[in-house]
Design a protein around this ligand. Structure first.
Ligand code: NDP
Length: 333
């Protein structure tokens, strides 16, 4: 099995020295174990935080161990009645082409015709659920609300815009980091307006596309996006703090928004969340999303990189905006 380990803790942007590729040989199956050939391995922004040796909502990655994280694969050998050969499974064993572990570490997935396995790492999985929970439970989306989404062309962001629309939002506005992404937001993902945050100050660009203000801000980016949104929030507005990717590789502290006092005068709610606390919403979400999906109401994109040895590069590409929709590594084990 080819596996990617964390070789050193990065300062700032990870580099080639951050990771190491190793070959691991598994022995025969022990009772209760299964062997899984991965199909897709996920690379996600939260992994950057886990590379640091700091206390957070998930413990740091261990040095010299294989990077863990979401993956889907197929059981190729089994010594467990619960997880038979041929089953499609979701697991957290991360950046490797083959994994052999106790069957309890694998969740058997339903096989729905027309639903590729990769979707369980994206729109039907963690990132889709994040969008749903953030909009509903965290931001308390109401019919007719104007919604602004930062990081709108990524895995979570493309789900947020569409779910907001399906749940009855009014105007939906997004920002992303290239002209192509901005075009996709309006042509494919149902956004009413979108802008490229690299074209000029977010504060000014957001003002132009939100003449009636913003009721819900779904923030994936933080920094100047959060500050710009605080300017434009309507009274009683809600901000779901989902991510702050503009700061994950920072080596220096960044100043906070200069207009946080708007939260007082406008009665805003700023609420952060991490998905782990809301997994009980998964069954309801999966039911809703598979329904929308089968009715062809959901568009999605994936940026797929081939070969598990490319996982570090895929991760870095995702962190610097090289993806549209969900960034995935196809292992072809
Ligand atoms: P994405 O698919 O959105 O990929 C990351 C994107 O971030 C890139 O494509 C890039 O797009 C954008 N980006 C990178 N740097 C910057 C920057 N400086 N300013 C603005 N945008 C930037 O990843 P995910 O959908 O998986 O995650 C999106 C966000 O949601 C992240 O912040 C992540 O941490 C968070 N998240 C939070 C969860 C939770 O439980 N709270 C769960 C899952 C994700 P562009 O080209 O537009 O710059």
């Amino acid at each position: 099995s080819t596996q990617i380990q964390l070789a050193a803790r990065p300062t700032g942007w990870p580099t080639a020295e951050t990771f190491r590729t190793v070959e691991v040989t598994y022995g025969d199956l022990e009772p209760g174990q299964v062997r899984v050939a991965n199909e897709y391995v996920s690379v996600d922004p939260y992994m950057r935080g886990r590379m640091n040796d700091v206390k957070s909502y998930v413990p740091p990655f261990a040095l010299d161990e294989t990077m863990t994280g979401g993956a889907v694969g197929r059981v190729v050998e089994s010594a467990s009645d619960d997880v038979p050969v041929g089953a499609l499974v979701l697991h957290q064993y991360g950046w490797r082409d083959v994994v052999q572990e106790d069957a309890g570490g694998f969740q058997v997935l339903p096989e729905i015709p027309g639903v590729p396995s990769s979707l369980y790492l994206g729109i039907l999985g963690m990132t889709g659920l994040t969008a749903y929970v953030g909009l509903t439970t965290i931001a308390d989306l109401h019919e007719g609300d104007t919604v602004f989404v930062s990081g709108a062309a990524g895995a979570v962001g493309t789900a947020v815009g569409q779910i907001a629309r399906l749940l009855g939002a009014g105007r939906v506005i997004g920002s992303a980091g290239s002209a192509e992404k901005v075009e996709l937001l309006t042509s494919r993902y149902g956004y009413d307006a979108a802008f490229n945050y690299k074209d000029g100050p977010v504060r000014e660009q957001l003002r132009e596309v939100t003449p009636d203000g913003v009721d819900v801000f779904f923030d994936n980016v933080g920094g100047d996006h959060l500050e710009a949104a605080l300017d434009r929030m309507n009274t009683g507005g809600r901000i779901a703090l989902c991510g702050a990717i503009s700061q994950y590789n920072d080596t220096e502290r960044t100043p906070g928004p200069d207009n946080l006092a708007n939260a007082i005068t406008r009665g805003l709610t700023l609420r952060g969340f991490t998905l782990g606390g809301y997994l009980d919403h998964a069954p309801r979400f999966r039911e809703l999303m598979t329904g929308w999906f089968s009715e062809e109401k959901i568009a999605y994109d994936e940026t797929v990189v081939d070969g598990i040895e490319k996982a570090p590069q895929a991760f870095l590409d995702m962190m610097s905006g090289g993806n549209v929709g969900k960034m995935l590594v196809r292992t072809g084990a």
